[in-house]
Design a protein around this ligand. Sequence first.
Ligand code: HEM
Length: 275
Amino acid sequence: MNTKTNVLNNLAPSVKKADKALDMAAIFWFLVALMGQWLFVYYIIVHFGGAAIKGDTESWNDSTISGHVPGDTIGNIVFAMHIFMAAVITFGGTLQLIPQLRKRALNLHRWNGRIFIFTAYIMAIGGLYLVWVRGATLSLNGAWAITLNAAAILIFASLAIRTARAGNITAHRKWALRLYLMVNGVWFFRIGFMAWIMINQGPVGSTENLDGPFDLFWSYANFLLPLAVLELYFYTQNRTGTKGKYAMAGILFLLTLLMGLGIVAAFLFMWKPYL
Ligand code: HEM
């Protein structure tokens, strides 16, 4: 046995442990995110769906800028579709990430993936309509930020489908995960915003029109920060040694705790009052 093989054999158990730590951190992140996303879906169904069933679409306005506008039939239809699809895409997205479902029900993964990507396109385009045609935005900065989010959704969706069709699973996995985070930008916005308020015990750097310094930062960072963390995760998975993997696992663990705080706060103070 040569020296190189000896070194590799000695390293193997510690590398495996570091890989395991990183996997565990990713699983912990996913389980907390899953809980938070299902709570968001629950809020969407009960608040918006419940009101629609009762014929009380006026009450959509309790939590939005312009949910139901009398006389604006097209805008109201686009909004209703946006809300219905928000529940579909948020729930469907979580299913795509469950490895057991991918392994045991590949057809479900494929069909759910197609629905996810189709829904992502419609939501991004419909969202742009709501922002730029209907004017459902509080600030110009917020409008540009979510426009960039929509552009990323459209581009990443195309790349996720193209790589899947080409059978390039490694690239597909990466583009699909990037798309998943872009689609959840609006969710991260709410979670991060509430975590910030909890930590500061108030809306520091935030105004009613969402044009304070924190709002400016978070309107872009809500989707760019998770994307940066994902890229770091990909990098650590493939290239760094044990130290890098443990560091990444630690970062992910801490971010998950922060995300958990945001989820609890968003549920209690943003969503529960409408349930
Ligand atoms: C693809 C993932 C998306 C999800 C899951 C989602 C979800 C939602 C939800 C749940 C609402 C209702 C507001 C609330 O009570 O929380 C909403 C409203 C809205 N969304 Fe989205 N959305 C997504 C993407 C987008 C995109 C990409 C844009 C813009 C390009 C956008 C623009 C809007 C606008 C303008 C409203 C109306 C805001 C109001 O009137 O208050 N959405 N969205």
